[in-house]
Write a protein that binds this ligand. Sequence first.
Ligand code: AKG
Length: 201
Amino acid sequence: HNSPKWPNDLRQAVEKCCYVKQDFISEEEESTLLAEVEPHMKRLRYEKSHWDDAIHLYREREQRKWRDENEKVIEKIRCESFGPDAKHLTHVHILDLHKDGVIKPHIDSVRYCGDVITGLSLLSEAIMRLRHKDDRENLVVDLLMPRRSLYRLGELGRYDFLHEVLGDSESVWNGRKVPRYRRISIICRDLPKQCNMATEN
Ligand code: AKG
């Protein structure tokens, strides 16, 4: 996607606020998170999306309280991805994407999320594709998210780019087929800006 149509510095700007950190958690940390998350997930059915939904074949839940060892991991995510003054959403979003599931291009509503979306990829690697809202075909950045990596989507990349998680058939990285298995993401966000402004309205 090295299109010549990228305006000056836009690519560097988006890569600065949207990135992946490999091996962000250990195998043991992944297992400990899964041990807490899996029993809840297994009780839920995978949902097929409605016509206007961005996600296909998923199940999800929100969690506020974590076992101590997992709370430390959640803290580590927040420390990495947010500034010191961030106002965090207290609940963490757990999204279980079926191996045939996809997340279609979307921008998270400003009603539900502030400047940053950040998460861990458990169980499977996957590719996240960012597409600029004004030129979805040419201004495209792919992020490879290996198993146990952290991704951060912030600021410019969160507001001006749609993001999606590719399905198995589309997942190719530098000519290598990236098998997309079932993937669980553990996602932290900050408070929507409107929440911060609520007292002014
Ligand atoms: C979102 O929360 O807007 C996503 O697209 C989730 C991405 C993920 O599964 O990590």
